[in-house]
Ligand binder design. Structure first.
Ligand SMILES: [Zn+2]
Length: 180
């Protein structure tokens, strides 16, 4: 099977974004070296690409901030105020309005985006939702040399691998070899 350009675990969009700078081996190269790669990544995620409007420096800065946040959360520490500030800055730019809508006989106040949600909007919103949900724990894969982040929302909090088929299987093989 050919190596796909991007590893998309699908747990949380923002971690897939952060994982473009991580990898399953220590020598993994950066999957988002330029805006063209970001455009392809957004398309692979079926998002509205904003590669033509966001400066690359801003995008790279966002990934650095979110990677730092993932690292902090994976080690059980509190989200740094600086990361929350960056998330809130991006959220403040996502224009929209509130509307009162009736669903199944009940009124709800719903936020409606003023423009179609761009890939960057979606990434930042995904990070905000992870932070706001105590059941969602960020972990780093326990696989040897693997630095990918994933979400563990299992009741037992026992997920250890980015992929049971890749890093989980590799670990089982290595353990068996160790026993021989
Ligand atoms: Zn892994």
């Amino acid at each position: 099977m050919p190596d796909p350009e991007f590893t998309l675990l699908g747990d949380a969009l923002w971690l897939d974004f952060v994982n473009t700078g991580e990898g399953r081996t220590p020598d993994s190269h950066d999957r988002l070296p330029d805006l063209a790669a970001y455009h392809r990544w957004a398309k692979a995620q079926k998002l509205t690409s904003d590669a033509d409007i966001i400066p690359f420096g801003k995008l790279a800065g966002l990934r650095t901030t979110l990677a730092g946040l993932a690292d902090v959360l994976a080690t059980g520490r509190q989200a740094p105020a600086s990361a929350v500030e960056v998330i809130n800055e991006f959220l403040a730019q996502s224009a929209g309005y509130f509307q009162l809508i009736r669903v199944q006989g009940k009124w709800h106040v719903q936020f409606t985006p003023g423009h179609s949600t761009s890939a960057t909007d979606a990434i930042v919103l995904s990070a905000a939702r992870t932070l706001a949900d105590i059941r969602k724990k960020v972990h780093r894969c326990a696989g040897d040399g693997c630095s990918l982040f994933f979400i563990d929302d299992s009741a037992s909090q026992s997920r250890r691998w980015c992929s049971i088929e890749v890093c989980g299987a590799r670990n089982r093989v290595e353990r068996r070899r160790g026993l021989q």
